[in-house]
Design a protein around this ligand. Sequence first.
Ligand code: GLN
Length: 488
Amino acid sequence: MRETKPETWSLPEAAARLRSGEISSRELTISCFKRIHEHDGNIGAFLCLTEASALLAADASDERRETKQTLGLLDGVPVAVKDMILTEGVPTTAGSKILEGYRPPYDGTVVAKLKSAGAVMMGKLNQDEFAMGSSTESSAYKLCKNPWDFYRTPGGSSGGSAAAVAAGFVFGTLGTDTGGSIRQPASFCGIAGIKPTYGRVSRQGVVAYASSLDQVGPFAKDVSGAAIMLQAIAGHDARDSTSVKQAVPDYLQALTGDVKGLKIGIPREYFIEGLDAEVRDSVQKSIAALQASGAEIIDVSLPHTEHAVATYYVIATAEAASNLSRYDGVRFGPRLGDQNGLLSMYEETRGQLFGPEVKRRIMLGTYVLSAGYYDAYYLRAQKVRRLFADDFKNAFQNVDVIVCPTTPTPAFGIGEKSDDPLQMYLNDIFTVSANLAGLPAMSLLTGFSKQGLPLGTQIIGRPFDESTLMNAAFAVEQTLNIERDLGW
Ligand code: GLN
C-alpha cells in the first residue's frame, strides 16, 4: 500500500504518525536514509550525509516522546539544509571548491533553531556554487537531477533542497533565495517553497551572496509543511542586525482556507509573450480557485517589471564581488600557490577554486562598482530598485496578495541553458522583483504539464504578512487538490 511508504508523506503527515506512535523517529530516519542510499546516487541532492548524528537526534526525540516532553510538530522529523548554511563540525562548501573541507565552528541560527525544535538533521544539500544559478548545474561537486524527469534540472540555486523534498528523502528543507532560488526550484520540483520578507529570518551563519537580497526559507511538499518549517526559523536574532523585531504569528493557525473578500492582484506585466501556455493555464486555475472561494480578482500593474532582471544582476553581482573577496586562501578552505608569495596565493587560490559562473559574477560586479562606471550602473540600479518597491506599494494599496507565474516555463533540460548565461538569467524574470522589494513570496504546485512536469504558481505578499500569503496558497492547494505520484 502506497500510504504506508514514508516517502509519500507530507511533513504534517509524518508529524502526525510520530505523534500517534505509528512510527518512531529512529524508524523514520532509517527509512529516509534507506531511500537516500537507494536513489540519491542518481538524483544528487545531497553533498554530505550526517547519519550518526541524525540517529542520535532521532533517539533523543523518541526519548522525549516517551517521557511526554515532545518539543512540537518538528520533533523527530528528518530535515536537511542547503550547503550555504553553516553547520557546526559538518562540511559547509556553498557548492564551491574554495570551501572544500571547511567545517564551521558553529551552527547558523536557522540550523540551531531547527535543532532546538527537535528536527533531525540528515545532511547538507547540493546547490549552485555560492547560490549563483538557476539550475544547480554550477555546483562544483555534482549534478542534481529533477526527481520528475532525470533529464531536467531541479532548478536552482537551491536545487538539492527542492529535489530532496520532492524525492521523498526528507520532509522539509531550507534553502536561500536571493533572486528566486527557493521559489524557482520549488516550482520545478512540484513542491512548496517560501521566501520570507527580508529580515523575517536570521541570516547569521549563512554564506553571503548578495546581502541586501538574501533570505533563508523553507521547502516542504505542501503549504502547511512549509508553514511549520517557517515557524521554527522565523524571528529576530540579535546576531543579525538586518533581522527585524516583529512578532511571529502562529502560521498554522492562519491556514484556514478562508479567502472570502481577499483581494487578489493579477499583474498584467507577468502574462507576457514567452510565458509557456501550460504554466499560464495552471496560474489561471489558481486564480479561478481563489475566485470560487470568494476572493476578489483585481487587475494590477507593476510597470517596471521589464527592468527587473537587469537591475537584479547589477546589484547582486556588485554585492557578490564584495562578499566573495573574503575567500582568498587565508581564512577558509584550501590554499594554493603560497610558495610563490602572497599575490600568487590569491591568484592561484581564487583562479583555480572559483568556478566559471562565480568568476563571471565577480568580474561583472567589480566592473559595475569600478570608478568610471559606478554612477552609470550601480547607482542607477539602486535608484531603479526603489521603483520596484514603489510599484508593489501602489499595488498593495488595492490588493492583499499578488498571484502570478513563478517561472516562464516548466523545468528545462540539463545542459539546455548552461552555455548561455543570459538565457539562464532571463529565467528569473518573475522572481527577482520580490527580492528587490524585500517582499515575502512563495511558489506552490498547481498542476502538471502533459509531459508530467510540475507547474507552479507564485503568490507575493505584503511585508511581514506571510500569513495571508500562505493562507491564499493553502486555499488554492485545498481547492485544486493535486495528486502527486513520482512513480518511484
Ligand atoms: N538565479 C539567480 C542568480 O543566479 C537567483 C539565485 C538565488 O536566488 N540565489 O542570481
